[in-house]
Design a protein around this ligand. Structure first.
Ligand code: HEM
Length: 526
């Protein structure tokens, strides 16, 4: 047995070496330019662990090309650093560029290939998912979720009065509470809620299993056949254990809704609606087949889609709102201007806001739409501190050619959203935080929401939902509180801001003071 294992390992090593050698020898002249790296690893060891978007932008300058390419092990990665190439490829050739890079560890060994984020766009299921998400998160659904958003925002405002220093926790709780209610009709009590624990464990394991460059099997899929008992195959044993755990975790909220439905104690939600009712799509067709079906393929589709809601919503809006609070602290004049606009909508002067109450006019959807300057602030937050600096990687379905370069089938294609958002050809003084760039009527600079939510067939289905929820939170925070840095010196340091490097990104939090605005302090519930 030991001899067989040694032989297997030797064969695999030779295979890996040969593949890398041949790849290195392959003529590169048709690929976009970029660093070569080593035979075995490509540029794996040159990739920075933080803010890789800046490195890609630098490489783009070094190689004098907006499109660059490099290799990590045997995988070709293409980075698009300008708007022209992103639109030309990811939007206009969406039929080729809407796959996702194959993660053998996550998709196959952990059994997560059907997740909304990972499923190839060429799989017909992806189309079904998208139509369901559109119906479940579009304008009508967002209107239906308004009451949930409003109530949870109220909890946030009261929470900030009680524990202003825990503002980040309050924002996280708000995002989780809204999406749990919308996806499953489930009410969370706190961030310690068991359903939140389930969702967080899922996202933690998924992060490990999808970590780029970590699993050799992602680059040499033949390794998936290595038996788990072979010495050195700890990764496979780990992957199989994760598979079991992830399968269990994804069943928890789904089965809970089904149980509630059986007992007729459920609250209407994305899951209950799709499991039970006809839901008329824009054209009134697709979803009738989900009627009264509590098992099988349709059940499975609803489960994966609802799981995608939490995965899509939990960190994204939290990242944007975190950056918002910190930027308000750093830019008091922007904060004051937004507060003045809110006060006019509320019909009050000098920030003397009346008692906090559920029917506060700022929680009226139409009034929210009238906050033009606040909308410009939201756009500028999404531009200055993009939540997805590299969106999510796409992959090609076929070989393609663009401006004389070959983009091979299966290549990962990464849009450098950060480079676009900070391109001086698009945004004047791109490192300045200036919402006024979006309030100049015809002279306004391009709306960054075109790039903030991704591209082509993978663009974010939750953008409308997210913006409504974020605007409501922003308006309420500024209506009732003022934000300031704890140290004034920070005001001088905006250029040294640090950004986090997870799948989502935000300004790295620093201490801020959140204080009630005048009259509010005496009227907020104790
Ligand atoms: C500030 C808020 C948000 C931002 C900036 C954002 C951004 C993004 C980006 C960049 C992508 C990848 C697009 C691509 O691959 O080209 C994405 C995908 C996705 N987002 Fe969002 N998102 C936000 C909020 C939300 C919310 C609230 C939900 C759900 C309620 C959501 C659900 C999804 C889903 C399901 C996908 C996967 C789409 C697919 O692969 O087909 N997102 N989002």
């Amino acid at each position: 047995m030991a001899e067989a294992a040694v032989l297997l390992v030797a064969c695999l090593s030779s295979f890996l070496f040969l593949t890398c050698f041949l790849l290195q020898k392959r003529p590169r002249q048709h690929l976009p330019p970029g660093p070569l790296g080593s035979y075995l690893y490509g540029v794996k060891n040159q990739l920075p662990s933080s803010e890789p978007w800046k490195t890609y932008a630098k490489w783009s300058e070094t190689y004098r090309s907006p499109i660059i390419s490099f290799r990590v092990y045997n995988r070709t990665i293409v980075v698009l650093n300008d708007l022209e190439s992103i639109h030309a490829l990811l939007d206009q050739r969406a039929q080729i560029y809407s796959e996702r890079p194959m993660s053998w560890m996550y998709n196959v060994i952990c059994g997560r290939g059907k997740s909304v984020f990972n499923i190839p766009a060429s799989n017909p299921r992806h189309r079904t998912y998208r139509r369901m998400l559109q119906a479940g998160l579009g304008q009508r659904a967002t209107k239906e979720a308004w009451d949930i958003m409003r109530k949870e925002t109220e909890v946030l405002v009261v929470g900030l009065a009680k524990q202003p220093d825990n503002w980040l926790q309050h924002i996280r709780r708000h995002a989780a509470a809204v999406i749990m209610k919308v996806a499953f009709g489930y009410t969370i009590s706190s961030l310690e809620d068991p359903f939140i624990k389930v969702a967080e464990e899922t996202s933690k394991i998924s992060g490990w299993a999808m970590a780029p460059g970590r699993w050799l099997v992602d680059y040499y899929p033949i390794l998936q056949h290595v038996p788990s008992f072979v010495p050195g195959a700890q990764w496979k044993r780990q992957g199989l254990a994760w598979r079991e755990r992830l399968t269990y975790l994804s069943e928890v909220p789904h089965n809970w809704v089904k149980e509630e439905m059986k007992n007729d104690t459920y609250l209407e939600s994305f899951t209950s609606r799709f499991l039970q009712f006809d839901l008329d799509d824009e054209d009134g067709s697709v979803f009738s087949k989900f009627k009264s079906n509590l098992g099988g393929e349709e059940d499975d589709i609803v489960k994966w889609c609802a799981g995608g809601l939490y995965a899509g919503a939990a960190d994204t809006t939290v990242s944007a709102l975190t950056s918002f609070v910190l930027l308000m602290a750093l830019y008091p004049e922007v904060q004051r201007k937004a507060q003045q606009e809110i006060d006019i909508v509320l019909g009050v002067e000098d920030g003397s806001i009346g008692p906090y109450d559920v029917s506060s006019p700022i929680s009226d959807m139409e009034n929210l739409g009238a906050l033009d300057y606040l909308q410009a602030v939201m756009k500028e937050v999404l531009r200055f501190a993009p939540v997805g600096n590299l969106a999510l990687p796409h992959a090609t379905l076929y070989d393609d050619e663009y401006q004389g370069c070959i983009i091979p089938k299966g290549a990962s294609v990464i849009p450098n959203v950060w480079a676009v958002m900070h391109d001086p050809k698009i945004y004047h003084e791109p490192f300045a935080f200036r919402p006024e760039r979006f309030t100049n009527g015809d002279l306004a600079e391009p709306d960054p929401r075109q790039f903030a939510y991704g591209f082509g067939r993978r663009s974010c289905p939750g953008s409308h939902f997210a913006e409504t929820s974020m605007l409501l939170v922003m308006a309420n925070i500024l209506a009732f509180y003022s934000v300031a840095p704890q140290e004034n010196s920070l005001l001088e340091k905006t250029r040294e801001l640090e950004f986090t490097t997870e799948i989502t990104s935000n300004i790295r939090p620093f201490p801020v003071r959140i204080t009630p605005r005048r009259a509010t302090s005496r009227v907020l519930p104790a």
